[in-house]
Design a protein around this ligand. Structure first.
Ligand code: FAD
Length: 473
């Protein structure tokens, strides 16, 4: 006897863990078929501890909001292609709908899944919603990829038609058959040693958390974004990066909300969203840049710093207060202010002369917003070896940066509490403070707080000499 039940559509959730403005979800509703949402966990996709923590909580939130609409989310672990084939066999599904993930490995995986499903007569339909536009859609006048942001931004705003965001569908019918899935807890995404309380205090992963954050920022931060975004002690940026990475909020929704918002900071914020598209554009055209410098001559850069200083940088014990504050903020909350990311990245590659890939790996492990495209772009920028990068010879002075962007030292005092009692004028350079000042602040340099692991002037000269060697090698 043949099975006459309607066959479901598989709705494959990936980096689009939301219901709002989700084209795959809308397409599933438009088929008028029962919908079976699935998430497939491939541990290799989320190697970082912080993003695994986020994924756990985000999936719990998505499970709850789908359940509220009567749809159970099926969790499976394994290679995506084989798991989708298996699920389509189990359910008789003839169509899989999913959001595209604009990363090289994911692109290969999508091709593999489409081929394996195709052999079974199942269609994989991929829809774009991760970015404002689609990587590869713009070309320069010469027909090549853009490598400089300003012309990319100009072409983007003039030529790209950003699709209007759409609300979640009113009605979705669930596949009435119970499909076995795995327990989220069995994936062990949460750390075994509980170091994650700072993450829990700082974040609410999931679509609801993303929307709340956006509402708050839109109401009070957005208009002043341009003036406040560079000061790490001020809550002046949106902190939406991890929510955007996991697709808990639609970039297009943010863009269209910005079109209706007033204030000097709005255009500047919208521009950051285009930076995000630009970073993905570069990754699309130059996938090797996750490991290799875009500017080839940097492949011969003499990274001969002392590897023993890497842990000092990672743990925020370099003796440079702004660098240490940033690295500790990262460790504690899974996030670091953009200005400070630039300073700590520059410090690693120029003051410590350690390869940018080491820093990129550490960020991928510890950031809740770890994102292959944005992180690769940020590190190549800092190391001077990427597209539109800061030239290597321009070396941030971490003390001058601290004086400029954390003048009163509020950020430093928060994250490096052992320096909190130092007067403002000595806070940024404790090694220059007279011993009476140190004693009054109860600070013993070298014991309570390290002396600088490298001298700024010496490190600067060494970095420039390395650049010269690279040029002549
Ligand atoms: P906001 O200032 O509120 O900006 C809004 C959004 O625009 C961000 O959420 C982000 O999606 C996007 N955006 C902002 N700045 C950039 C930028 N320079 N490049 C690309 N997109 C941007 N960002 C990540 O999302 N993931 C990373 O792994 C990452 N690694 C970085 C590494 C280095 C060395 C540097 C210098 C920057 C890195 N960035 C990364 C970019 C930037 O620091 C963060 O996007 C930003 O600090 C996130 O905070 P926010 O959400 O409050 O940003």
């Amino acid at each position: 006897m043949s099975d006459t039940r309607p066959r479901p559509v598989l709705l494959w959730f990936r980096r689009d863990l939301r219901l709002d403005d989700n084209p795959a979800l809308l397409a599933a509703a438009a088929t008028d078929r029962p919908v079976l949402p699935v998430f497939i966990h491939d541990p290799a996709e989320f190697p970082g501890e912080a993003t695994r923590w986020w994924l756990h909580h985000s999936l719990a939130a998505l499970t709850a909001s789908l359940a509220g609409r009567g749809l159970p989310l099926v969790l499976r672990r394994g290679p995506a292609a084989a798991t989708l084939v298996q699920l389509s066999r189990e359910t008789g599904a003839g169509l899989v709908l999913a959001g595209r993930v604009p990363e090289p490995v994911q692109r290969a995986l999508e091709e593999e899944a489409a081929a394996s499903l195709g052999e079974q007569g199942v269609e994989l339909r991929l829809l774009d919603s991760a970015l404002l536009g689609v990587p590869g859609q713009l070309q320069t006048g010469q027909g090549g990829p853009y490598q400089v942001f300003t012309p990319f931004h100009k072409a983007f705003t003039q030529r790209v038609r950003i699709s209007e965001p759409r609300d979640a569908p009113d009605r979705l019918s669930a596949w009435p058959v119970r499909v076995p899935g795995e327990e989220l807890a069995s994936w062990e995404l949460l750390p075994r040693i509980s170091w994650d309380s700072g993450l829990g205090d700082s974040w609410s992963p999931g679509e609801e958390g993303a929307q709340q954050l956006w509402r708050r920022f839109r109401g009070s931060g957005l208009a002043h974004y341009g003036d406040q975004r560079d000061f790490p002690a001020v809550d002046g940026t949106s902190r939406l990066a991890p929510h955007l990475h996991f697709g808990e909020i639609s970039a297009r929704r943010l863009w269209f909300d910005c079109l209706e918002a007033n204030g000097a900071g709005v255009a500047e914020f919208a521009r950051q969203l285009v930076w995000r598209d630009f970073a993905h554009e570069l990754l699309h055209h130059f996938p090797h840049t996750t490991q290799q410098p875009l500017r080839e001559k940097f492949a011969h850069f003499p990274w001969d710093g002392d590897p023993a200083l890497l842990p000092a940088w990672q743990q925020g014990r370099t003796g440079y207060p702004l660098v240490d504050a940033g690295m500790r903020q990262l460790w504690h909350t899974g996030w670091m202010h953009n200005r400070v990311r630039m300073v700590v990245a520059s410090f690693l590659v120029k003051h410590l002369l350690l390869p940018w890939q080491e820093g990129a790996d550490w960020f991928m492990d510890t950031l809740v917003d770890a994102d292959l495209a944005n992180n690769t772009f940020g590190w190549q920028w800092a190391a001077g070896c990427g597209a539109d990068a800061a030239p290597y010879f321009r070396i941030f002075n971490p003390t001058a940066q601290a004086r400029k962007f954390d003048k009163q030292g509020r950020y430093i005092r928060r994250w490096v509490p052992e320096l909190a009692s130092l007067p403002d004028r000595h806070l940024h350079q404790p090694w220059e403070a007279p011993s009476a000042v140190l004693a009054a602040a109860g600070l013993r340099l070298g014991r309570d707080y390290p002396r600088p692991v490298v001298d700024h002037a010496w490190a600067r000269a060494r970095a420039l000499e390395s650049l010269r060697k690279m040029g002549t090698s």
